[in-house]
Design a protein around this ligand. Structure first.
Ligand SMILES: [Zn+2]
Length: 261
């Protein structure tokens, strides 16, 4: 079992930084310049688009560069065609500091995440199709089924439906995002928070992959949940590996745990 936080892919910005300095670039981007952040955000948006985790102008990405400011993707621009200079500098109240276009309409949701989780630097909201389809079908993703998902995500909660682009979304996730790093917005999308953009993207990629596996399993039928004993063993391994994601418990075979807070 590999943790994504030990084996996460190196992104192009990190590779460039390594070439420039001769030393490994920081995985949490601490000390990164605004220019580097804008470049990495552009890359992440390109990955999201090319992997089908968003379509057209969907989704949004932000990075908190210090205690008072964040850089966020603009509203209404295709994620597959963004440039570093398109990213916008805003304060943590949502006011535009630098840039000539409008910040993402979900900026309040990003701010909610940073207020609830001040240790986090990156927030990615996407529309991963398989994971979203589960919420549309009313099938929760909080069951203990895939061992690696148990160790990284625990149970993935689904936040009750709120209207996209409104302040409802931020209010809706507040109680959840303080307790976990990955969640689903009912019939809408996903939210992943992490200490770096790269880690947040890997959570998103893993989320959609897990949902895809679950979809195939449900199609085949007889989805087997892990037992409480098997889950307890996995959680001990998680502790031993030092996997640092914040997780809610998942639903075991015969377990009654629910994530509707
Ligand atoms: Zn959305």
């Amino acid at each position: 079992m590999e943790s994504i936080f030990f084996e996460g892919r190196k992104n192009h910005s990190q590779e460039r930084a390594q070439v420039r300095t001769g030393a490994p670039a920081s995985s949490d981007f601490s000390g990164a310049s605004e220019t580097d952040v804008r470049e990495e955000m552009t890359e992440i948006c390109g990955w999201m688009y090319s992997q089908g985790l968003v379509a057209a102008t969907d989704g949004n990405v932000s990075y908190r560069i210090d205690t008072d400011r964040l850089i966020i993707t603009p509203s209404g621009k295709p994620k597959g065609h963004l440039r570093p200079r398109d990213m916008l500098l805003c304060d943590l109240k949502g006011n535009l500091i630098e840039g000539s276009t409008k910040p993402s309409s979900e900026i309040q949701m990003h701010i909610t995440c940073y207020v609830a989780r001040p240790e986090m630097r990156a927030v990615i909201h996407a529309h991963p199709p398989t994971a979203v389809a589960f919420t549309i079908a009313g099938i929760p993703l909080d069951a203990c089924v895939i061992p690696e998902v148990v160790t990284t995500f625990g149970g993935i909660p689904t936040v009750p439906y709120t209207t996209p682009t409104t302040e409802e979304v931020g209010y809706g996730i507040r109680d959840y995002i303080s307790k976990c790093d990955v969640l689903m917005l009912d019939r809408h999308g996903s939210v992943c928070v992490a200490k770096s953009l790269n880690e947040a993207f890997l959570l998103l990629e893993k989320l959609e992959h897990a949902a895809h596996v679950m979809w195939i399993a449900y199609t085949l039928g007889n989805v087997q949940k892990l037992s409480p004993e098997e889950v307890a063993k996995l959680l001990r391994i998680r502790e031993k590996l030092g996997i640092g994601t914040r997780i809610l418990p998942c639903r075991t075979e015969g377990g009654e745990t629910t994530f509707r807070l």
